[in-house]
Design a protein. Structure first.
Length: 404
């Protein structure tokens, strides 16, 4: 059965490449898993940093035509394009959100390519829903209909779907909860990666490939490609931390000793030694402090040795980070950038210093013996401020969280 599924997936991918190359190229970037993880076809999370397409062979193999197989794949890919996987927590009524999300994407798929019973705007004839609107619009209209109730056809149809009538059409969304269980930092990383992939696909297929898509979808993609490109500050942070000179040697039973051919052998691993300074002055908001620890945790998950230093006008606390953020920080006074630099120079000697701060303070008087990366909060100093240019090292602005 799985061999047939793989064959039909390949055939459908080729058909998409010929008829709708945008979808084919986007599909090629997904991990594929054939199995019974879901009852139908669904997009989920793979190792917290990539999306995977789950395909149930029993469902996939019984689809009656190649057109419907294309439609099913387009449906899942459009949820990715419109970012629906990241929005579930924004809408309290999860079932109505699921219906609204399907109403959005199914508008851009040929009706002949949709399975029987698919959720479409014309099913709600009394509501006269506007076409090509965002998921929030359909959610609010359907939520109002649900609260009003009544015996009209639209209200009865919504009630039927909420009571399980559209269970097969909606159960593919269950894996989105994996994305929503990620921390805000992890979601930010994933969302940024997805947007970059979509932008890269648009560039790859060019104007001709985009021109084959429905007008409303073209407008949405145009908005993504025209979106001002901001510095990928998380990538800067990862690359900055990777500039390590410290290595560790550990025993491993997977690799024999090169000298003696016996087990255990040894494996040399790079290990970054980073001092992370946290500005705990009164001008830094609690929300920013929480975000600092989320980003520190992402570094730590990459096997980085991290020592955290809390500082306002002086060093308040120094400790090794072992996966658990502090419930409270010490400080909340004024700001001085010198103590962490002096500590790095004389006490710790890290490979790099990462300083989370709003940048509100006098530039440091001391030079750093190691590279310094300053991560400035969204409400902190701007690039036009004098202090920005007087901070030694690389200075990067952390963007607003954009709803997550």
């Amino acid at each position: 059965m799985e061999e047939q599924t793989d064959r039909l997936l390949t055939e459908t991918s080729i058909q998409l490449l010929l008829e709708a190359p945008f979808y084919a190229h986007l599909l090629s970037g997904l991990v594929k898993h054939v199995g019974v993880t879901v009852p139908t076809v669904a997009v989920g999370l793979y190792q917290q940093e990539q999306l995977v397409l789950h395909v149930n062979p029993a469902f996939w193999n019984q689809l009656p035509s190649s057109e419907q197989r294309q439609g099913v794949l387009q449906h899942e890919l459009l949820h990715i394009v419109f970012g629906h996987l990241f929005l579930g927590d924004t809408y309290p009524h999860r079932q109505i959100f699921n219906i609204a999300a399907d109403l959005v994407v199914n508008q851009y798929i040929d009706k002949a390519h949709l399975p029987e019973g698919a959720l479409r705007l014309d099913r709600f004839s009394d509501l006269q829903l506007e076409a090509k609107r965002e998921v929030g619009y359909y959610y609010q209209v359907l939520l109002g209909l649900h609260r009003r109730g009544g015996k009209r056809a639209d209200a009865q149809l919504l009630k039927e779907w909420l009571n399980g009538g559209a269970e097969q059409a909606l159960d593919q969304h269950q894996l989105w909860s994996g994305v929503q269980r990620l921390s805000r930092a992890e979601q930010g990383n994933l969302r940024q990666n997805v947007e970059q992939v979509v932008q890269a696909v648009c560039q790859r297929v060019g104007e001709h490939g985009i021109g084959l898509l429905p007008s409303g979808l073209k407008t949405h993609l145009q908005g993504l490609t025209d979106k001002p490109r901001t510095l990928d500050w998380r990538r800067v942070l990862r690359l900055f931390a990777a500039s390590s000179t410290v290595t560790t040697v550990r025993n491993t039973v997977r690799r024999p000793s090169r000298r003696y051919g016996t087990l255990p052998g040894s494996k040399v691993e790079p290990q970054q030694k980073i001092l992370v300074a946290i500005d705990t002055s009164g001008s830094v908001a609690d929300a920013d402090l929480n975000r600092f620890f989320e980003e520190i945790h992402q570094l730590w998950r990459q096997r980085v040795e991290i020592k955290v230093l809390e500082c306002d006008v002086s060093i308040k606390r120094v400790y090794d980070y072992r996966g658990q953020p502090q419930q409270q920080v010490e400080g909340r006074g004024g700001t001085s950038f010198d103590p962490p630099i002096q500590y790095a120079n004389s006490n710790y000697r890290p490979d790099a210093l990462v300083y989370f701060t709003d940048g509100r303070g006098r530039p440091p008087r001391y030079g750093s013996r190691c590279p310094v990366l300053w991560l400035i909060t969204p409400g902190g100093i701007a690039a036009k401020d004098n202090t920005w240019h007087e901070l030694p090292g690389q200075v990067v602005k952390m963007p607003v969280l954009d709803g997550i």
